[in-house]
Design a protein. Sequence first.
Length: 209
Amino acid sequence: MTRRKSAAEVFDALGERYEDLFGTVPDQLEALDWLVGRLPAGARVLDVGSGTGRPTAEVLVRAGHAVTGIDVSAAMVETARARIPEARFEQADVRTYVPRAVGFDAVCSFFPLLVMDQPDIAAALDRMASWVAPGGYLVLATVPGDIRELDIEWMGHPVTVSSLSADQHLRQLTAAGLEVLHHHTSSFVPADPLAGPEEHFFCYATRPA
């Protein structure tokens, strides 16, 4: 039996190739534009699953915000530190990460929760929601579906993935005290047959002031 790879192993191996394929997802760029238009000057933002730093940290730093990025991949963190030196990047797992100070003006989470089990995804959503300050925002994206521990090959790597449906995400965020402002699904086709077409779920939420 082929051993399933961890998220850290997969993204260490992919490196900058991931950015080449997923660094310009139109709906992610639209979500960042939406967020930048609402943040106060010099906002504190946490980027969960920060990857190479592009596009999320780069866009937010250019807009004048203080960005902390966390990622399980050492290779991604090293690349992000070199590319976006104005931000701070740490190798960390959202399931165990302890922020130096809570109360972020925004938390971004673009596709980092798929290579974990459903209970961990639910717990991660609760954790991220708890880090959002009153009046702040949580902006997230994932591949939706009531999927638990499905073995697939993605980008040439054997991985085990899980997810929650769009409705499950909405219920989880609402139960965590957030108000959902907008959500939608869209399709994205990466320019590599090893990735394949994906359905993406985007959600913008706020913690009422």
